[in-house]
Design a protein around this ligand. Structure first.
Ligand code: FES
Length: 120
């Protein structure tokens, strides 16, 4: 069973800015990107830095042919402030090794409120 936690009104979240909110006992980084919302646990899986104090960037994806890397506007990443590891906001997976992963949460918007799904 999942629980929802109200993180605030949609207009409290500026486009392209990662904000840290308290959700129950956890600190969660919440970002609005191209009018979609993302949420990540604020702990880096490397050495437990406050990950969401890092910078938000446009993601990259492997292009064609092999070895070509292209900007991917639809998939933002966060860069850890301590050692620069990068994580996809939608999956929480590290860009360079998917075995390293931060907890990502589903976010829904209802009646102008941003709601975190804790049960996913
Ligand atoms: S603590 Fe985040 S990359 Fe090292």
């Amino acid at each position: 069973m999942s629980a929802r936690i109200d993180l605030g009104a949609v207009e409290e979240f500026e486009e392209g800015v990662l904000q840290v909110r308290q959700a129950s006992s956890r600190q969660i980084g919440v970002a609005r990107w191209k009018d979609r919302f993302y949420a990540l646990r604020n702990i880096c899986p490397h050495q437990s830095a406050p990950l969401c104090a890092g910078r938000l960037l446009t993601g990259i994806s492997d292009g064609e042919p092999v070895g070509v890397i292209e900007a991917d506007d639809g998939a933002p990443v966060v860069t850890c402030p301590w050692h620069g590891w990068e994580f996809h906001l939608d999956t929480g997976k590290s860009l360079w090794d998917e075995r390293y992963k931060v907890r990502a949460y589903q976010v829904v918007v209802e009646n102008g409120r941003v709601l975190l799904e804790m049960g996913r």
